[in-house]
Write a protein that binds this ligand. Structure first.
Ligand code: AMP
Length: 246
């Protein structure tokens, strides 16, 4: 595996599968890498902690970063190229252009994290333009992100196929997330209410946690999605409701 820091060094031959990430790799990321490996000649993973998708007072400064470990596990999962762009390649001086997916980007997460999906849609389009993948891989864990990116790809006729990989969970049911590293053992125990409430379709199991939303939404597929705060950590998760009547 090669680590490259500028788009000029990216591969320009072969059918490329792209996995956009913010690093701190866990089994959820690895599932995306493996899916990309199975479908494509060349697998590129991007690693960029995108400031534009963090709001003021969010965890940008303390977001977990460990490029050395990430490079090792990405290589083991079959990634060919780890693209770790410099910030000014993504946001050149004078940067002034944003992608806004208006309705889908303003509900649920978008209501609680204004500007988040503008940051997500913009960096995804930028990465698609730099890497020129045939396919790009996203996790169902971030169901609304998938819906926003799909909408953008359709609306702007972006020549990439979006593929979605099921949510990877720990044995206790908690969806894997780089942010789980923030949880104390006691908080982690309390966080288990989130997957349990979603599995049972029962909001009352979240009593005692601060709930941002617990809501059904048609994100193609229809999901029950939730966001909670456990101490200072904000966690999101969802279950697919396919086949269930609303
Ligand atoms: P992140 O590095 O957190 O921005 O995530 C990069 C990609 O991995 C996104 O498409 C996420 O949806 C996906 N992802 C994160 N956690 C999981 C998980 N537990 N299962 C499946 N995909 C995940």
């Amino acid at each position: 595996m090669r680590t490259v820091r500028s788009a000029a060094e990216l591969p320009c031959e072969g059918e490329i599968g792209l996995v956009p990430t913010m690093g701190a790799f866990h089994e959820g990321h690895l599932a995306l890498f493996r899916a990309a490996r199975a479908d494509n000649e060349v697998v590129v993973a991007s690693l960029f902690v995108n400031p534009a998708q963090f709001g003021e007072g969010e965890d940008l400064a303390r977001y977990p970063r460990d490029e050395e470990h990430d490079a090792q596990v990405a290589e083991e999962a079959g990634v060919d190229v780890l693209y770790v762009p410099a910030a000014d390649e993504i946001y050149p001086p004078g940067f002034d252009t944003w992608v806004e997916v208006e309705r889908l980007g303003s509900i649920l997460e978008g209501e609680h994290r204004p500007g988040h999906f503008r940051g997500v849609a913009t960096i995804c389009l930028k990465l698609f333009n730099l890497v020129r993948p045939r396919r790009a891989y996203f996790g169902q864990k971030d169901a609304q992100q998938v819906a926003v990116v799909r909408r953008m790809v359709r609306d702007l006729a972006v020549p990439v196929e979006i593929r979605v990989v099921p949510t990877a969970r720990d044995e206790d049911g908690l969806a894997l997330s780089s942010r789980n590293a923030y949880l104390s053992p006691e908080e982690r125990e309390r966080a288990l209410a989130l997957p349990r409430a979603l599995a049972a379709r029962d909001r009352s199991l979240l009593d005692g946690l601060e709930v941002d939303y617990f809501e059904e939404s048609d994100l193609e597929p229809r999901v029950l999605a939730a966001a909670v705060r456990v101490g200072k950590t904000r966690l999101i998760d969802n279950v697919v409701l396919e086949g269930e009547s609303s």
